[in-house]
Design a protein around this ligand. Structure first.
Ligand code: C2E
Ligand code: CA
Ligand code: CA
Length: 521
C-alpha cells in the first residue's frame, strides 16, 4: 500500500471515497438520477438547471482542489521524513569522525548467541567489546592546535575502522573509542587489541609534524542473553583504565579484581571526603638537618591519615585520589593552615617545607591561596618552602613559571623534590630558579655500594654547588650514609636516621633535645 494511504490523511481520503461510492450505489438503486432530472425539468423556470450545473462544477473544482492539497501534503511528509532521518543521524553520530556515538551504541541490536546456518548447524557468534582511550592526546592538541587534534581523531577513526572484524566503531566522546567485534576467539581478541594499538600509534602527519599518540585498550566478551551490551562496555572500560594505569600502549582483558578495585576506590573516596570535612588528616613533621652545623633547619610537613578502622592510608594513595577528584585544594589549604599554626611554635630560623602536588601547579590562583593562608596565620613567606616535583613543571610550564615567580617574589623558597627521577631534571634546572634540590632517596640508598650511583650523587652535588643551589639528601637511614654525604659536601640531610615524621606536639621536644645534644658534643 502506498505510504500516503497509511497516513491519517490517506485513511480519511479512503473513507470519504468509500462513502461517496456507497452513496452513489444507494442513489443509483433508488433511481435518484431520474428524480433529479425530473426535479430540474419541473423547476427549470426557477433556475434549477443552472443550480445543478453550478453544483456539478463546484464538486469538480473541490475535487481538483483536494488533489492539489493532497499532493502538497505528500511533499510535506516526504520533507519531514528526510528531516527526521537527518535529526536521527545527528543524534546518533559524532560530527567530526562521522562515527556512531554512545547513544547509537545504547540502541544497538545484535544477533542472539546462536544462529542456524544453511547446513542447519548451530554456531556461536562471540561479541567482544573493546574500549580504546588515546594516551597523550592533550599534548598533541597543544602541539598542532585544535584543528590538528581534530585531524588526528579523524585519522585514528579511519584506522580503527580499517581493522577487520570490527562490526562497528563508536566514538564515545573526547579521545575515547569503542569497537564491537564479532566472531573473535580468545586468542584473536588479544591479537585484535594489539592491532588496535599498532594502528593508533603509527605516526600521523599533521601540519608538517609527524605526531604520535599512544592507546590504552581494555576488552571483554558480551554475555549474550544475560546482560545489556553496556555492561560489557563498562567492563571493557574498567580494563582500559587498568591498562592505562600501567603505562601507555597496554591492553588488558577484564578481570573481576578490577571491579573490586573500583568498589574499594569509591569507598576510599567517600571516606576521604568525610576525612577532609572532619579535618581528620593531619600534617606530621620530619626534621631537616643542616649537615654543616647539625642544627634542625626545618621540618617537612607530610600528610597522615588513619581511617575510622584504624588503618593508615599511605599519602601517595589519598593524595592521588584528592588530585583526581579535585579535593586537593581544600586538603592543601587545610593542611597548610594546620602546619602554619604548628610552625609558630618553632624558632624563627626553622622553616616549614610543604609539598605541592603537580595538579595544583595548573591552578593560577595557587600563589594567592598560599599568601592568604600565611597572612591569616601570621607566618612570614620566607619561613615557607614549597617542594615540587618535575611532573609539576611539565603539565603547564607557562602557568608553573608564573606561580613560581609570584612565590619567589614574595620570599617563599622553592625546592625541586625527587631530583633525578624525572625525565628532564637538568632542563628544569636551566629553566627555573630553585633555592634547593632534593636528591631522591633511591640515589642515597645505593650510593655507598654502587659506584655509578655515587658518581651521579657527586655530580648532582657539584651541580648544586656551581649553580649556588642548596642540596638536600633524602632518605638517610644509616650513619655511614651520613658520613659519606657530609664528605661529598651535601648541605642538608633528611631521613629516618634523624627521625621519622612526628606529630606537631613532639616537634618542640625534638628541637630541644637536638639543641641539648649539640651543646653536649
Ligand atoms: P616525598 O615528598 O618525597 O616525601 C618523602 C617520603 O619519604 C615520605 O613518605 C617520608 O616518610 C619518606 N622518608 C623520609 N625519610 C625516609 C627514609 O629514611 N627512608 C625511607 N624509606 N623513606 C623515608 P610519605 O610520608 O609516605 O610520603 C610519600 C609522598 O607523598 C611524599 O613524597 C609526597 O610526594 C607525598 N605527600 C606526603 N604528604 C603530602 C602533602 O601534604 N601534600 C602533597 N601534595 N604530597 C604529599
Ligand atoms: Ca617532599
Ligand atoms: Ca622526595
Amino acid at each position: 500500500m502506498p505510504v500516503f494511504f497509511q497516513s491519517r490523511a490517506g485513511r480519511q481520503c479512503l473513507s470519504v471515497m468509500a462513502l461517496g461510492v456507497t452513496l452513489w450505489i444507494i442513489g443509483a438503486t433508488l433511481e435518484l438520477d431520474n428524480r433529479l432530472v425530473a426535479f430540474v425539468g419541473a423547476f427549470e423556470s426557477y433556475g434549477a438547471d443552472k443550480l445543478a450545473l453550478a453544483l456539478g462544477i463546484g464538486g469538480a473544482m473541490s475535487f481538483v482542489y483536494s488533489v492539489l492539497r493532497i499532493m502538497d501534503l505528500r511533499r510535506e511528509m516526504e520533507l519531514r521524513a528526510v528531516t527526521q532521518t537527518k535529526a536521527d543521524w545527528t543524534a546518533t553520530h559524532d560530527h567530526l569522525t562521522k562515527l556512531p556515538n554512545r547513544y547509537a551504541f545504547e540502541r544497538k541490536m545484535l544477533p542472539r548467541r546462536t544462529k542456524t546456518d544453511d547446513e542447519g548447524e548451530q554456531w556461536e557468534r562471540n561479541v567482544t567489546i573493546f574500549s580504546i582511550d588515546l594516551d597523550g592526546f592533550k599534548k598533541v592538541n597543544d602541539l598542532v592546535g585544535h584543528n590538528g587534534g581534530d585531524a588526528l581523531l579523524i585519522e585514528v577513526a579511519k584506522r580503527i575502522c580499517a581493522i577487520g572484524n570490527a562490526d562497528c566503531v563508536y566514538r564515545f566522546g573526547g579521545d575515547e573509542f569503542v569497537v564491537v567485534a564479532l566472531g573473535l576467539s580468545s586468542r584473536h581478541e588479544e591479537r585484535f587489541a594489539r592491532l588496535l594499538i599498532q594502528a593508533v600509534t603509527r605516526p600521523i602527519h599533521i601540519n608538517g609534524f609527524a605526531v604520535e599518540v599512544g592507546a590504552s585498550v581494555g576488552y571483554d566478551r558480551w554475555l549474550q542473553d544475560e546482560e545489556p551490551l553496556e555492561s560489557a562496555a563498562h567492563r571493557a572500560d574498567l580494563a582500559m583504565y587498568e591498562a592505562k594505569s600501567t603505562g601507555p600502549n597496554h591492553h588488558l582483558i577484564f578481570e573481576a579484581s578490577m571491579q573490586d578495585k573500583v568498589v574499594k576506590r569509591a569507598s576510599l573516596e567517600s571516606k576521604l571526603r568525610a576525612a577532609i570535612r572532619n579535618k581528620a588528616i593531619r600534617p606530621f613533621y620530619q626534621p631537616l638537618i643542616n649537615l654543616k652545623s647539625g642544627n634542625v633547619c626545618g621540618f617537612e610537613a607530610l600528610a597522615r591519615w588513619t581511617d575510622d578502622d584504624g588503618v593508615n592510608i599511605p599519602p601517595p594513595v589519598f593524595i592521588g585520589i584528592a588530585e583526581e577528584t579535585g579535593m586537593i585544594t581544600e586538603l592543601f589549604e587545610d593542611l597548610l593552615t594546620q602546619a602554619c599554626n604548628d610552625a609558630l611554635a618553632w624558632d624563627e630560623d626553622v622553616t616549614l617545607s610543604f609539598n605541592v602536588s603537580p595538579v595544583q601547579m595548573e591552578d593560577k590562583l595557587l600563589a594567592s591561596r598560599i599568601f592568604k593562608v600565611l597572612a591569616a596565620n601570621g607566618v612570614p613567606p620566607h619561613r615557607l618552602e614549597i617542594e615540587i616535583t618535575e611532573n609539576a613543571l611539565i603539565q603547564d610550564p607557562a602557568v608553573a613559571a608564573l606561580i613560581l615567580d609570584e612565590l619567589h617574589e614574595a620570599g617563599v623558597q622553592i625546592a625541586l623534590d625527587d631530583f633525578g627521577t624525572g625525565y628532564s631534571s637538568l632542563a628544569q634546572l636551566a629553566r627555573y630558579r630553585f633555592d634547593k634540590i632534593k636528591i631522591d632517596k633511591r640515589f642515597v640508598a645505593t650510593c655507598r655500594e654502587d659506584e655509578r650511583q655515587e658518581k651521579i650523587v657527586r655530580a648532582m652535588l657539584g651541580l648544586g654547588d656551581s649553580l649556588k643551589i642548596q642540596t638536600t639528601a633524602e632518605g638517610i637511614e644509616e650513619h655511614s650514609q651520613l658520613v659519606h654525604l657530609i664528605q661529598l659536601g651535601c648541605d642538608i640531610g633528611q631521613g629516618y636516621l634523624f627521625g621519622k615524621a612526628m606529630p606537631a606536639d613532639e616537634t618542640r621536644s625534638y628541637l630541644l633535645n637536638r639543641t641539648k645534644a649539640l651543646a653536649g658534643n
